[in-house]
Design a protein around this ligand. Structure first.
Ligand code: CMX
Length: 439
C-alpha cells in the first residue's frame, strides 16, 4: 500500500470509531435551529453536513485543516527556488491532516506523474465536440468520459464490500487528479491553438507541468499556478461545487461522476464562472471608455450603470464571507511582488477602492468586498492567458484537490445517502397557522 494511502487508512479507521462513539453518546444534541428566512434564502448558514478538509469563517476566511493561506505559504513544501506552496502538499494535508515533508511531496508529484494519462475514449469524446464548445462544458464531458476507467464503479459491480469504498475512492481520486492538468491543457490547446498539443515534461511538478502544457513556460507563471492551484482548492463543504459533488458522491456515483457534477455547479456565473465574468466586465468597461486604465470616477459610473441594468458586479460579494477574501489578498500580494506596471492589474486595485462603498450604499448587499474571482483574471491576462472562457477550468483543476480529498473522507466515514426534507409553501403556511402566528 502506498504511504499516503496507508496514513489515510489508519487515520480514517480511528476517526470512524471515534465518530461512531460520539454519535452513540451525544447523537441527540442540537447543534442548530433553522428559520424560515434560511429555508427560503438558499439555506445560508444551516449546519447540515460534515466536510473534513477545510472550514470557512465569515470574518477570517478559509482555513485548510486549521491553516490560513499565509500559514500554508509558510509551511507547505515548495519547489526549488520558489516561494509559493506546492498544491501536492495541500492535498496531503487535507487528506491526512499533517503537513508533509519535502520527500512526501516529491513522492506525490511522481505518483501523479505516473497516473497521469488520458485514455483514447476521453480524447475521442473531446474530439467529437466542436472546438468552440465552452471549455467548462468540454471539461465536464471529459471528466464524465473518464468514468469508463473508474475503479470504484468496476469494483462496485463486482460486489465490493462497504468497508472497501474508501480504498476505491482513493484510487479513482488519485488517478483523476493526476489526469486533470492533461485534460485541461488538452482542452485549452484544442480550443485556442488548433490542437497543437504540448507533451508533459516529466521533470516538472503538477502545477509547473500544467503551465508548460498550456504553453506558458515562464517561471513566474509557474509560481502563479502553484499559488492559484493551492488557494482555489477548497472552501469548506457548503459551496455549490463541493456540495454538489458531496451530494452526488453520497449516492455512490463514482468519483468521476461526483466530481463532474460539482464542475457543472462551478460553471455557473454566481460561483466559479465569475472569474471569467470579472475579466469580461473589466475589458468591456475599458472598451466602452476607450481606455486601458479608467479613472476611479469612470469606474464608479460604470459600476452604477451595471447595477442600473439589473446585473451584479462580478467578483464582489459572498454567501459566507464578510471581509475581503484572503484568496483575493494572496493574489494581490503575488501581483505586488511579481508584476510591475500592468494597467489591468492596477485597474483591479482601483475597482477595489470604488466598488465596496457603492455596494454598501445599496443597503442590501451583505458583503461588499472582493472575492477570489475579482483578481485572478488580471494576473492571467498579464502572463498572456487572455482566453478568459478557460478561466473556470483552472479553478476546477484546483477544486478537485478539496472535493476529492473530502470524498475519500465521506466514504471512509460511511456517510449515508444525503436526503434533506423539502416543504411546499402551502405546508409552510400551515405550519405558521398551527403556531398561531398567522390567521
Ligand atoms: N453586485 C450587485 N448586487 C449584489 C452583489 C454584487 N456583487 N452581491 C450581492 N448582491 C445583491 C444580491 O443579488 C441580492 O440582491 P436581491 O435581494 O435583489 O436579490 C442582495 O445583494 C443580497 O445578497 P447577499 O445576501 O449579499 O449575497 P448572496 O449570499 O445572496 O449571494 C453571491 C452571494 C456571491 C452570489 C453574490 O454576492 C453575487 O452575485 N456576487 C457576484 C458574483 C460573484 O462574484 N460570484 C463569485 C463568488 C465566489 C465563488 O463562488 O467563486
Amino acid at each position: 500500500m502506498d504511504p499516503l494511502k496507508e496514513k489515510f487508512k489508519n487515520y480514517a479507521i480511528s476517526e470512524f470509531k471515534s465518530i461512531r462513539t460520539m454519535l452513540k453518546e451525544h447523537g441527540d444534541i442540537k447543534i442548530d435551529e433553522v428559520s424560515l428566512t434560511q429555508v427560503y434564502g438558499g439555506m445560508r448558514g444551516i449546519k447540515s453536513m460534515i466536510y473534513e478538509t477545510s472550514e470557512l469563517d465569515a470574518h477570517e476566511g478559509i482555513r485548510f485543516r486549521g491553516y490560513t493561506i499565509p500559514e500554508l505559504r509558510d509551511k507547505l513544501p515548495k519547489a526549488e527556488g520558489d516561494n509559493e506552496p506546492l498544491p501536492e502538499g495541500l492535498f496531503w494535508l487535507m487528506l491526512v491532516n499533517e503537513i508533509p515533508t519535502d520527500k512526501d511531496v516529491e513522492w506525490l508529484t511522481n505518483e501523479w506523474r505516473i497516473r497521469g494519462k488520458l485514455s483514447k475514449v476521453t480524447l475521442d469524446v473531446l474530439e467529437a465536440l466542436p472546438p468552440e464548445t465552452h471549455p467548462m462544458t468540454q471539461f465536464s464531458i471529459g471528466i464524465v468520459s473518464m468514468n469508463t476507467e473508474s475503479i470504484f464503479a468496476q469494483r462496485y459491480t463486482e460486489g465490493m464490500s462497504k468497508a472497501e469504498y474508501w480504498d476505491a475512492t482513493y484510487e479513482d481520486s488519485m488517478n483523476l487528479i493526476a489526469k486533470l492538468p492533461l485534460l485541461a491543457a488538452y482542452i485549452f490547446r484544442r480550443s485556442y491553438f488548433d490542437g497543437n498539443h504540448i507533451p508533459p515534461d516529466p521533470d516538472l511538478d503538477w502545477s509547473a507541468n500544467f503551465a508548460h502544457m498550456l504553453g506558458i513556460d515562464n517561471q513566474d507563471f509557474k509560481s502563479l499556478m502553484r499559488l492559484y492551484l493551492t488557494i482555489h482548492a477548497d472552501h469548506e463543504g457548503g459551496n455549490a461545487s463541493a456540495h454538489t459533488s458531496h451530494l452526488t458522491g453520497s449516492t455512490l456515483s463514482d468519483p468521476y461522476l461526483a466530481f463532474a457534477s460539482g464542475m457543472n455547479s462551478l460553471a455557473g456565473p454566481l460561483h466559479g464562472l465569475a472569474n471569467q465574468e470579472v475579466i469580461k466586465w473589466i475589458l468591456d468597461m475599458c472598451d466602452s471608455l476607450g481606455s486601458t486604465k479608467p479613472t476611479k470616477e469612470q469606474i464608479a459610473k460604470y459600476v452604477e450603470q451595471t447595477l442600473a441594468e439589473g446585473k451584479v458586479i462580478p467578483g464582489y460579494g459572498h454567501a459566507v464571507l464578510r471581509l475581503p477574501d484572503p484568496r483575493f489578498t494572496a493574489q494581490r500580494l503575488f501581483a505586488e511582488e511579481y508584476i510591475k506596471d500592468s494597467d489591468i492589474v492596477e485597474t483591479v486595485w482601483n475597482i477595489l477602492d470604488v466598488v465596496p462603498p457603492i455596494l454598501k450604499s445599496l443597503g442590501k448587499v451583505k458583503n461588499p468586498w472582493p472575492n477570489v474571482d475579482a483578481h485572478s483574471g488580471a494576473i492571467l491576462v498579464h502572463y498572456g492567458l487572455d482566453q478568459y472562457n478557460f478561466y473556470t477550468v483552472l479553478f476546477g483543476v484546483s477544486r478537485a484537490l478539496g472535493i476529492l480529498a473530502a470524498l475519500c473522507w465521506s466514504r471512509a466515514l460511511g456517510m449515508p445517502l444525503e436526503r434533506p426534507k423539502s416543504l411546499t409553501s402551502v405546508r409552510i403556511r400551515e405550519i405558521l397557522k398551527s403556531k398561531n402566528v398567522v390567521a
